[in-house]
Design a protein around this ligand. Structure first.
Ligand SMILES: C[S@@+](CC[C@H](N)C(=O)[O-])C[C@H]1O[C@@H](n2cnc3c(N)ncnc32)[C@H](O)[C@@H]1O
Length: 356
């Protein structure tokens, strides 16, 4: 008989692949069984969530790849999140109405603190508070408006520390040079960058259209002996990608190109995988990409969809409309990804293309 020996200090937890952990965390909070007094444990590939009870897990996490495991979860020192501590420190602000988010990007703290409902004096105080709470942050910025324009950048307000917009950010060991003023970057896509790179194999030829500062390309080339062509119309984005190529020890190669992603190639059936990440318009590049991918190759694309029209199913007929006279295809995955606004979400789709 096998005897399972449990550390006396261990407690009940669930183990999940990192890509599924956030979804699971939210469901466990909703079900009231995530243990707040214990810290979540993460390693390179998995996240362990401390729970109080496993009886209802089958229903809560049924479609996720989870395992029940005993772990020694360190005690959460009941340190409130930065947003919670701001609420305690500035109780008179109309917090129910203010939208606020916070990300650490390398040495920069990036807030999204509503500038219509808050005063500049208040935002400066918040900046100073963040600077003192995070020893690794030396510059605090505030995103003032939505991401827009061809470069997908946004207006930024400087709040505290050193006025700088460039930094080195790390995702799963990949160093990414960012320049928030001049080129798009979103640290919330880290899990997706990682997920995709784990699906790539050695010798794959990858085309990363709309590469930005190149996180998908860098993740793939760091992990595999693959060949990546990375295209962006913004020269600042490519300048940063070039800096990252020099800084990382890559197994594969990346060829950065400044140019219009929709025009750099003609029909060539050269690529094993094409990434299309211009979520306002990705769907419009499907037919073009399906002529560049090999027969049996994969197109991964990200598209914003209105929540009220039943994503991700709502995309299926649009994909069909775009590809019906061009090629045949299988939808390999069609997932609802992150929420981008109260009314919109991003849908992540993998298509296998048959174009012979
Ligand atoms: C959503 S961002 C890229 C995100 C990036 N793949 C990532 O994961 O961080 C979209 C990018 O498309 C670029 N872009 C917009 N229109 C373009 C075009 N016609 N050709 C090439 N790049 C374009 C922008 O400069 C921007 O960097």
């Amino acid at each position: 008989m096998i005897k399972i020996i449990r550390d006396i200090n261990s407690s009940l937890g669930v183990k999940l692949p990192r890509i599924q952990a956030e979804e699971a965390r939210l469901r466990l909070i909703k079900a009231g069984i995530l243990l707040k007094a214990k810290k979540i444990i993460k390693n390179r590939d998995f996240v362990y969530l401390p729970i109080s009870d496993s009886a209802s897990l089958v229903n809560i996490l049924e479609d996720l790849e989870y395992q029940i495991e005993y772990q020694v979860f360190p005690d959460e020192l009941l340190k409130p999140s930065i947003i919670d501590s701001l609420k305690l420190e500035f109780p008179d602000e109309p917090w129910e109405e203010i939208s606020v988010k916070f990300d650490q990007i390398g040495e920069i703290g990036l807030l999204r603190l509503d500038s219509e409902l808050t005063s500049k004096a208040f935002r400066l105080k918040v900046g100073t508070k963040i600077l003192s709470a995070y020893p690794k942050i030396n510059s605090v910025l505030n995103k003032l408006d939505i991401t827009e324009g061809i470069k997908r950048t946004f207006p930024i307000e400087f709040l505290a520390g050193e006025e700088k917009y460039e930094s080195w950010h790390k995702e799963y060991g990949v160093l990414i040079k960012v320049d928030l003023k001049n080129a798009y970057f979103n640290p919330r896509l880290a899990e997706e960058h990682r997920r995709l790179s784990l699906e790539v194999t050695n010798d794959d030829r990858i085309l990363d259209l709309f590469t930005g500062v190149g996180p998908f390309s860098l993740h793939c080339a760091k992990e595999h002996h693959c060949e990546v062509i990375a295209v962006d119309i913004n020269p600042y984005a490519i300048k940063n990608l070039n800096a990252s190529i020099k800084r990382n020890k890559l197994k594969g190669s990346i060829i950065p190109i400044i140019g219009d992603a929709g025009k750099v190639f003609r029909e060539n059936r050269y690529f094993d995988r094409i990434i299309i990440n211009l979520p306002n318009h990705s769907i419009n590049y499907l037919a073009y990409a399906s002529k560049l991918v090999k027969n049996g190759g994969i197109i991964t694309f990200y598209q914003f969809v209105e929540k009220n029209i039943q994503p991700p199913q709502s995309l299926v007929s649009i994909i069909d409309e775009k590809l019906k006279n061009v090629c045949t295809y299988d939808i390999l995955t069609n997932r609802v990804g992150r929420e981008v606004s109260p009314s919109r979400i991003q849908v992540n789709v993998d298509l296998r293309i048959y174009n012979e």
